[in-house]
Design a protein around this ligand. Sequence first.
Ligand code: NAD
Ligand code: MG
Length: 410
Amino acid sequence: LSRAASESHRGTAPRTVSVLGATGSIGSSTLDLLSRNRDAYQVEVLSAHSRVAALIKAAKIHRPAVAVIGRNDLYSELKDGLSGTGIEVVSGEDALIEAASRPVDITVGGIVGAAGLKPSLAAAKHSKVLALANKECLVCAGDLFNAELKKSGASLIPVDSEHSAIFQVLDANRPERIERLMLTASGGPFWQWSYADMEDVTPEQAVAHPKWSMGAKISVDSASMMNKGLEVIEAYHLFPVRPDQIEVVIHPQSVVHSMVEYCDGSVLAQMGNPDMRTPISLALAWPDRMPTPVKRLDFASLSDLSFAPPDLTRFPCLRLAGEALRNGGAFPTLLNAANEIAVQAFLDKTIGFLDIARVVEDCMSKGCAQILRTLDEVMEVDAEVRLSAQSVINCMKRTCVAMPQSVQQG
Ligand code: NAD
Ligand code: MG
């Protein structure tokens, strides 16, 4: 099969690829696959926000037409670093959106957070395939994405491993035969911890994921299980199911990447070792597959694959995401914005780990189910909630400073 797949690439013109967020974890795995398949792909755009040295290095290897750095103050450094290469160098958010609008065969959306919304939406308009890892886009503006994809005719291929798994085993032609989607979750580093013990978790402990190597934000989201909550909302926008048909199952080994259950009781699962190069490669090669160096599963040594229900009391973020999906309207946008601000504050050691859910819950209690019809409306809610989350955090800080130590510990 692998030989047939690689042969089908031969003799055809290389496919053009833009990689948004090229210096991140998804971006680096994408570039690793592209460097193993040099004849099949030609890089059009590489973007990064602040890691200019890594962007220069990647651009020298992959020779894109354009290199984009998000931060304007790093423009000169990028320009100097790429002088004499013939690579166009641009900076800033508008330049990123413009670069993401270049017509290409595939755009890999590997930016983290709602910052990826506008560029990914531009790619949905102008790329043939949008290989989307940036789940926050679908969480805050899933309906807008689907409307845009319908208009442009572009295909959205999920890169998130659970959604890639479902994409591979779901029969989209017969949605009425699907009973449940089961998203597996490793449970993160604290899935067996008591709630009280999680109060003192440090950012270093939270980002040390037991199974996946990922960027800081998604690692914290995995530890709080907000990541699975965001993925439930992501699945709702990607697949033809109702919210009550999406379930979460804890599966610490991360071998079964997700499952679809049909009306006859059959459950189809996609499996593999946890390595993002598998789902990324599928999105790059789709509708074909490409060979990857991913370690193969050794079934003889897979003696214990375990499954358990999630605990919404110890992991309130998962409950809050479910509520946001069921409430609809602006709630998922709000949940995402509040979470992004709270996670950053946790990484900056301004608030504690369990405060992340407290900030999100506080913001959600002030939310409304108003339907967001335009990108401007989404951006407006996103900006308002960021301010509101920041003031909740400031309030927490003040209370913390004002409270005597004995009260805090009690
Ligand atoms: P990361 O932090 O490693 O990389 C993020 C990338 O986004 C970097 O290239 C950075 O330069 C860019 N970026 C950051 N802020 C930006 C801004 N304001 N404007 C433009 N670009 C900006 O993150 P990651 O782990 O690669 O995750 C990227 C996305 O993929 C996230 O949405 C995450 O949830 C999703 N995802 C990641 C994994 C994984 O294994 N890493 C798995 C599934 C889904
Ligand atoms: Mg995932």
